[in-house]
Design a protein around this ligand. Structure first.
Ligand SMILES: [Zn+2]
Length: 193
């Protein structure tokens, strides 16, 4: 039992017994906290760009094209993002750098903010991300930074359906089924209930 347990004692030496009460606080752990290990598994599908279907290949090409319009005079790392809406429309974005570095913005957020400002009730199916660096598409797959993961996570919550993510190198795609896979244990609407 938790809380205060009140016991009654009769004082027998007095002519007239009086009731004396004292309290005992009993503390028990109801929920014993035991060490627990949880495994969070992220499944990544890896394939070559030419093996992707028509829809994915087209989206990847749009992301690659968007690299060419990036404003990246400082990093010379040109990133392009292409978002496929359920209407079939594709919205692209690219990184926009600035001499005051924090004032710039990544390709993924540029694309998502633009898409959300144009279509506040949009439904997103998929996003592809690619990068161009040193005269070629990057050898390593281009993965979103932490801030972009956070924004994409919110977009997915708003979307109420998983958003597929295609992260590309010059010849390879890493595909995730949802932003949750990219940002497990993320902070969002549900964290504040
Ligand atoms: Zn970013």
């Amino acid at each position: 039992m938790n809380g205060i347990n009140i016991k009654r004692i009769n004082i027998v030496n007095l002519k007239k017994p009086i009731n004396l009460y004292f309290s005992v606080i009993i503390i028990k752990k109801i929920n014993r906290i035991t060490m627990e290990t949880k495994e969070i598994i992220t499944k990544v599908q890896i394939y070559r760009i030419e093996e992707s279907g028509n829809e994915k290949k087209m989206l990847i090409e749009k992301a690659q094209e968007a690299c060419g319009r990036a404003y990246a005079p400082y990093s010379n790392y040109h990133v392009g993002a292409a978002i496929l809406l359920d209407t079939g429309e594709i919205i692209t974005g690219n990184n926009q750098e600035n001499a005051a570095y924090p004032s710039g913005l990544c390709a993924e957020r540029t694309a998502f903010f633009y898409a959300n400002s144009k279509y506040p009730n949009m439904k997103v199916k998929m996003i592809a991300v690619a990068a161009f660096h040193n005269g070629e598409f990057s050898k390593e797959v281009c993965t979103p930074c932490g801030s972009c993961r956070q924004v994409m996570s919110e977009m997915e919550e708003k979307n109420k359906e998983p958003i597929k993510i295609l992260m590309c190198s010059k010849d390879t795609v890493y595909e995730l089924n949802s932003v949750r896979d990219l940002l497990p244990l993320g902070f969002g609407f549900e964290s504040m209930v």
